[in-house]
Design a protein around this ligand. Structure first.
Ligand code: ATP
Ligand code: MG
Length: 415
């Protein structure tokens, strides 16, 4: 075990709420440490996300001490040994040291211990079992730092057994491979994932979804996604087509446009070719209605939004879809077109920066004022007038608009 310290970029460890939390859980000879993502990401010079803490105290005791120190405590995960502590808008996951007694996936029975080595051995990968004390001192029982430096994602213990204990670790393997892997992946771990492949079928949609989106949120996830697809497991999870080539295109376009990775859209281009694909994906990963609608709408099976359209067609799309959906659809079609970093596609994508869609300057009252009786005809006439107005290039002058309205009334025929 090495006793180095966290590097300079780890100022978060000295944040007062965290220091207070660690101090509160360091009493009666017990200590608390930060572990997992925060330490790992700091060592890889990446931004730190959530902060996980390991404590020797049982959840009820830890909760009591923390409440006494002014933290709000949420006990949702208590049966698994985890509580959430909040203060001043900061969120900390506090997990009691534990060793699995009877490992059965996520419902492993847990026993609480003061055994730090046992706690480390229970974690999934060497890079996830690096601990930091309140003063930044590092404890690295499985030499996770060497694996981080070498770009190796290595299971702790026997890889086959670790996969059998919790098949979600297969997805986590590829997520961490995406974020930290370099060079050839550790053959033993990869083979264990492949051998454990069938177990993925029993994972809940929520867990699959969360891990997949985290994988796809990694900027440069492509090599890992390809490796994942190559094993066949990704196909099993998504239940159909997997198009890493299209994902590669989207990732390249995102970088070109200086857009943050969009995990949901990435999932869409990776796994959707038809509306049925979108529906199946929504079902398998329990996407929300909004997420499903977003992907189904971005998909645009007709594929007609492309730079080949005249500018009027671009504008019609932007007007009808709204800015967000317009951009989604351009990105989706652009990635699928295989055009690469093409200037015409970029021009299309940037239309909302040059032009804002006006609102239709006509309402029901305008139709009624032309002597049409209230009823379903009013809506039909308005729709027709809207089509004519778009066709005419969104004119703004009252006289032109009234002419369009009269044409729409004539087109609708006698009432
Ligand atoms: P991030 O929070 O950046 O997504 P993380 O590694 O912190 O990554 P968490 O889900 O927050 O992931 O888990 C915290 C730690 O708990 C992990 O670093 C790992 O040590 C352990 N852990 C989480 N999930 C598992 C699992 N399925 N099997 C074994 N250990 C796990
Ligand atoms: Mg974490």
């Amino acid at each position: 075990m090495s006793d180095d310290r966290l590097p300079e970029n780890a100022s978060w460890i000295f944040e007062p709420n965290l220091q207070d939390l660690l101090g509160t859980l360091s009493r009666d000879g017990a200590i608390a440490r930060v572990v997992g993502g925060a330490v790992r990401d700091t060592l890889s010079k990446m931004p730190v996300g959530d902060i996980d803490i390991a404590t020797e105290f049982a959840p009820d005791d830890a909760a009591g001490f923390l409440q006494g120190a002014g933290f709000k405590v949420i006990e949702t995960g208590k049966s698994h040994g985890t509580i959430t502590a909040l203060r001043d808008g900061r969120v900390f996951q506090v997990t009691t040291l534990r060793v699995d007694v009877r490992p059965h996936g996520r419902h492993a029975e847990v026993a609480f211990t003061r055994d730090w080595e046992g706690d480390a051995a229970r974690r999934d990968f060497t890079i996830n079992a690096i601990y930091a004390d309140a003063d930044g001192r590092i404890h690295d029982p499985f030499d996770g730092r060497a694996d981080l430096a070498a770009g190796q994602v290595r299971f702790i213990g026997d890889a086959d057994q670790r996969v059998r204990e919790d098949y979600l670790r297969i997805l986590r393997y590829f997520r961490f491979l995406a974020a930290f892997g370099s060079g050839k992946p550790d053959a033993g771990g990869l083979a264990a994932c492949i051998r454990g492949r069938a177990g993925v079928a029993d994972l809940s949609a929520e867990r699959l979804r969360a891990e997949l989106l985290k994988l796809l949120a990694v900027d440069d996830c492509l090599a890992a996604v390809e490796a994942f697809a190559h094993t066949g497991i990704l196909m099993d999870i998504l239940g159909g087509v997997v198009q890493p080539g299209t994902l590669a295109q989207l990732a390249e376009i995102e970088r070109h446009l200086v857009r943050d990775p969009d995990p949901l859209l990435r999932l869409g281009v990776l796994a959707i070719r038809t509306r049925e694909d979108a529906a199946r994906l929504a079902d398998r990963l329990r996407l929300s209605n909004d997420e499903h609608t977003r992907l189904a709408t971005a998909l645009d099976e007709a594929g007609h939004l492309s730079p080949v359209l005249a500018e009027a067609g671009w504008k019609e799309n932007l007007y009808r879809l709204g800015e967000d959906t317009f951009r989604d659809r351009v990105l989706f079609n652009w990635a699928r077109s295989g055009a690469g970093l093409d200037a015409a596609w970029r021009d299309l994508y940037e239309l909302p920066e040059r032009w804002t869609a006006p609102t239709l300057p006509l309402r029901g009252e305008d139709v009624l004022a032309r002597g049409i009786e209230a009823g379903p005809d009013v809506g039909r006439i308005l729709d027709r007038a809207e089509d004519l107005w778009i066709e005419a290039g969104f004119p703004g002058e009252d006289s032109v608009i009234l002419k369009l309205l009269d044409r729409a009334i004539a087109d609708a025929g006698p009432a």
